[in-house]
Design a protein around this ligand. Structure first.
Ligand code: TRP
Ligand code: SF4
Length: 326
């Protein structure tokens, strides 16, 4: 029997290379080793995008198309949309019954996000409950492990505490304690060197077209001391070099060479990289275009996913209610 994994992504816009490096590439690898549930966390997205829900609804199919084109295999994994299963909300409320308010208001991610996302009014009742809904997602599928980034660790710990409290109050062990599965450390910065993010407009989308991909890569800042082509460069402080490291590690030595020897200029170095990246993205972009022409296949994947997810989620919800004597 394989162990179970659940992870989710919030549909808040186009997916970009940051999503690929930070989560999706890891999901693809995990599929052969685990029974995976990959969820579109649309309720979680609405907690910050409620002013304009159309962003969320239009991102769902788009994001799932990216997942499928970048290697999520619906024959191996269950792909579904959170809001299509009411079990998530029902367990969310049940868990809310036993979750002390202080655990949520003291949660470091809550405090940080309210401060950071100043343009979004997320000082709401629903946003406070964000980690409780996340706990519900994880618990419903009895996930052994949850692949998360460092930033999500407090949420996972909170899930574990909520589970302990439920078990303590109802004197029955119905849920499984999930373990974090930390995503490997490689990190991709945005085009401007800050975190890659939609709100900084410094990203390359997973379906970026060839021209804008080229334009974006050539606009990247390189070693600022390398002004003329025969200035020797320092790849270790160049973001383009770190992109090579992630997408073409076999070329790193060669790039280091031409950079430090000043045998190729930055423009050329960037154009070579843009081509490498386009070779990676191109076929997936074309496949996505095909999928989105007639969305039947995607709808079919989500319908199958819903069915499989429902069987597991409704059983767990039943056990939870039984433990409470409902
Ligand atoms: N909070 C996660 C994020 O922002 C998304 C998410 C929702 C999730 N439910 C989850 C991740 C359950 C892991 C498990 O990335
Ligand atoms: Fe960066 Fe390439 Fe220019 Fe070196 S040659 S500074 S690695 S872009």
């Amino acid at each position: 029997m394989k162990k179970v994994i659940l992870s989710g992504m919030r549909p808040t816009g186009r997916l970009h290379l940051g999503h690929w490096v930070g989560a999706l590439s890891n999901w693809v690898k995990l599929q052969s080793e685990y029974d995976c549930f990959f969820m579109v966390a649309d309720w979680h997205a609405l907690m910050s995008e409620y002013h304009d829900p159309s962003v969320v609804s239009s991102s769902i199919i788009d994001n799932v198309a990216d997942w499928l084109c970048f290697g999520i295999d619906p024959k191996k994994s269950v792909v579904f949309v959170q809001s299509e299963l009411e079990e998530h909300l029902e367990l969310y409320l049940i868990l809310s019954l036993v979750t002390p308010l202080g655990w949520l208001s003291r949660c470091p991610t809550f405090k940080e996000q309210v401060k950071q996302l100043k343009d979004k009014d997320i000082n709401t009742y629903a946003f406070l409950g964000y980690p409780v809904l996340q706990a519900s997602d994880i618990i419903l599928y009895k996930a052994h492990a949850v692949p998360v980034g460092e930033d999500q660790l407090p949420h996972l710990e909170l899930s574990r505490e909520i589970i302990r409290r439920f078990h303590f109050i109802y004197k029955k062990e119905v849920f499984r304690q999930p373990q974090p599965l930390l995503t490997s450390a490689s990190r991709l910065l945005g085009l401007d060197g800050r975190k890659m993010s939609k709100s900084y407009d410094n990203f390359i989308a997973l379906d970026e077209d060839e021209d804008s991909l080229k334009r974006k890569i050539t606009s990247m800042i390189t070693d600022p001391e390398r002004i003329k082509k025969n200035d020797r460069g320092n790849p270790d402080i160049c973001n383009v070099y770190s992109y090579y490291g992630i997408f073409a590690p076999q070329k790193k030595d060669e790039v280091r060479n031409w950079c430090t020897q000043a045998s190729r200029g930055c423009k050329e170095c960037k154009l070579i990289f843009a081509q490498i990246l386009n070779e990676f993205i191109g076929p997936r972009r074309a496949k996505k275009k095909e999928l989105l022409k007639k969305k039947d296949y995607i709808f079919d994947v989500l319908a199958q996913g819903k069915k499989k997810a429902k069987a597991v989620a409704s059983a767990t919800l039943g056990e939870a209610k039984k433990a409470m004597g409902l």
